[in-house]
Design a protein around this ligand. Structure first.
Ligand SMILES: NC(=O)c1ccc[n+]([C@@H]2O[C@H](COP(=O)([O-])OP(=O)(O)OC[C@H]3O[C@@H](n4cnc5c(N)ncnc54)[C@H](O)[C@@H]3O)[C@@H](O)[C@H]2O)c1
Length: 274
């Protein structure tokens, strides 16, 4: 295969849906060999089949990224199958403790405002802990266990999916915002510690993107209108907008870029009114 990721073995966590799926397809278009790692094996397999139908190579793995043994198994399986790991996008994430990623239309039916524990004053420790376990500890474990394999070969590139919510507080989402702010700092710590192994670590902080995760909100026309009004480029983002940023950071074009965060957010946080 030729392309900007030719022959680069790439693990994408959360690869079964939304931003992760878009990364799998975009990286495969550029010649990468893909490991689709997700909690949902059925949907991960569907994505690896999509890659195969494009003429690419992919495997699907069932992984809960908050469980160390499963993440270690993921990294080992990637090396057993493809010989090494060159790139990793840590996209597995949840918006709140009870979130289950589904088709966006089905997700749209799940009204997040039914939840009783959104505000900090009502937040249960178990809800808080689950979001931190998946969104922060899961990303840390992914970075650590993938980096161990990369360090034994030629190094590599890791991209962590953060969010504009790691920079701007969102009402009713303290656990999510704190987890994403943590991902940003983890990225900077990883960059300075892993540089000696030839490993670059960067983050991407999406704005409002149309996926299953935003499905409950994007089915609300008034909500969408308000978000478009506050986004200078006057649209919501698509998963491919984020995949293209991840592709750049994982490719050799970014060989001198580490410890950075890119916000593909249509100008949202650059606008002082937001
Ligand atoms: N959609 C947005 O507007 C938006 C904005 C900013 C950041 N993000 C971040 O982008 C990332 C991807 O989200 P998305 O919008 O594509 O959502 P999504 O629900 O479409 O995809 C998330 C995927 O992660 C998987 N997953 C969840 N928990 C997991 C776990 N413990 N182990 C392994 N896989 C797990 C899900 O099964 C799903 O396939 C998340 O980290 C999210 O926080 C999304």
């Amino acid at each position: 295969m030729t392309g900007r990721m030719a022959e680069k073995v790439s693990i994408i966590t959360g690869g079964a849906s939304g931003i992760g799926r878009a990364c799998c397809l975009r990286f495969a278009e550029e010649g990468a060999k893909i490991v689709v790692a997700d909690l949902n094996l059925e949907r991960a397999t569907a994505v690896s089949d999509e890659v195969a139908s494009m003429g690419g190579e992919a495997i699907a793995l069932a992984v809960d990224t908050s469980i160390p043994e499963e993440v270690e198994g993921m990294a080992n399986s990637a090396v057993e199958t493809f010989g090494k790991i060159d790139a990793c996008v840590a996209a597995a994430g949840i918006s709140h403790a009870g979130y289950v990623s589904r088709e966006a239309e089905e997700q749209a039916g799940a009204d997040r405002h039914d939840r009783q524990d959104m505000m900090l004053i009502d937040k249960s420790l178990s809800s808080w802990q689950r979001v931190l376990d998946v969104n922060l500890t899961g990303v840390m474990l992914t970075n650590q266990l993938v980096a161990k394999q990369m360090a034994e070969s030629d190094g590599g590139a890791i991209v962590n999916i953060a969010s504009v919510a790691g920079k701007t507080a969102l009402m009713g989402a303290s656990d999510y915002c704190v987890s994403k702010a943590g991902v940003w700092m983890l990225t900077k710590c990883g960059a300075i510690e892993l540089a000696r192994y030839g490993i670059r670590v960067n983050a991407v902080g999406p704005g409002y993107i149309r996926t299953s995760m935003s499905g409950a909100a994007t089915s609300n026309d008034a909500w969408v209108e308000d978000r478009i009004k506050e986004t200078p480029l006057r649209r919501l983002g698509e998963p491919s907008d984020i995949a293209n940023a991840c592709l750049y950071l994982c490719s050799d074009e970014a060989s001198f870029v580490t410890g950075e965060i890119i916000f593909p957010d249509g100008g949202l946080i650059a606008d002082s009114r937001s």
